[in-house]
Design a binder for this molecule. Structure first.
Ligand code: DX5
Ligand code: ZN
Length: 232
């Protein structure tokens, strides 16, 4: 876990009828991480994919699969995702009765663990569990759907999260990724990076860009996102 920037396309906006191809193409086009959005129509008002789909795509790539759980309760499903090949599992603290226990469960199952903060959720929930956290994910939209607009207050929160992480890293040497999710585009990714993010989820920006190209390739959009990051 170094200091370079990572681009994490969210497959929520991929063509699900061709999901395997989409994943192969997006990785071949330079993506670093596959962001895997799990929604349960209970914690969030939408329903997506589970461990069976994670298991099915696992053989297609060596890239990190970053499972973003938008489900409640969370604990029951964690071992299933670990067995399905997830590398990172994150969850929303509101969805767990025992945040420290859920983080420990993810680690016991051999995955990296992280907390996800909704736009209004205060960051102090991370303060006493930093030793169990490998990634902090800040939502810059309310979870549930792709294609929403970036909430500008997330930049303020990113700066605060960056301070907390840097202070912890200075004290312990432990690296923690800071990921942003929602409304990331070429016109705001540089500003988001300046505010402290190092890992960028992009769903509609990436998969919306090649809808009409055949074969579907994502080099242009991923290159454009990286060109913006190079300016930071
Ligand atoms: C929203 C999901 C996001 C979503 C982002 O609940 O967590 O990962 O796919 O989509 P865009 O990049 O289109 O905002
Ligand atoms: Zn997500």
């Amino acid at each position: 876990m170094g200091s370079q920037y990572r681009i994490a396309p969210s497959i929520l906006s991929a063509n699900f009828a061709k999901l395997g191809e989409e994943i192969t193409n997006v990785i071949a086009s330079g993506a670093d991480v596959i962001h895997f959005d799990v929604m349960d129509n209970h914690y969030v008002p939408n329903l997506t994919i589970g461990p069976l789909v994670c298991e099915a795509i696992r053989p297609l790539t060596d890239a990190i699969i970053d499972v973003h759980l938008m489900v409640k309760p969370v604990d029951r499903i964690i071992p299933d995702f670990a067995k399905a090949g997830a590398n990172i599992i994150t969850f929303h603290p509101e969805a767990s009765e025992h945040i420290d226990r859920t983080l420990a469960l993810i680690k016991e199952n051999g995955c990296k663990a992280g907390l996800v903060f909704n736009p209004a959720t205060p960051l102090d929930l991370m303060d006493h569990v930093m030793d169990k956290i490998d990634m902090i994910l800040l939502m810059s939209v309310n979870p549930g759907f792709g294609g929403q607009s970036f909430i500008p207050e997330a930049l303020v929160k990113l700066r605060l999260a960056r301070q907390k992480i840097d202070a912890y890293t200075a004290k312990t040497g432990k690296q923690i990724w800071l990921e942003i999710d929602g409304g990331v585009k070429t016109n705001n990714i540089a500003e988001i990076a300046k505010a402290g993010a190092d890992t960028f989820v992009a769903g509609s920006a990436v998969f919306g860009a090649a809808k009409d190209s055949d074969p579907h390739r994502y080099d242009t959009i991923i290159g454009a996102l990286r060109a913006e990051l190079a300016k930071v």
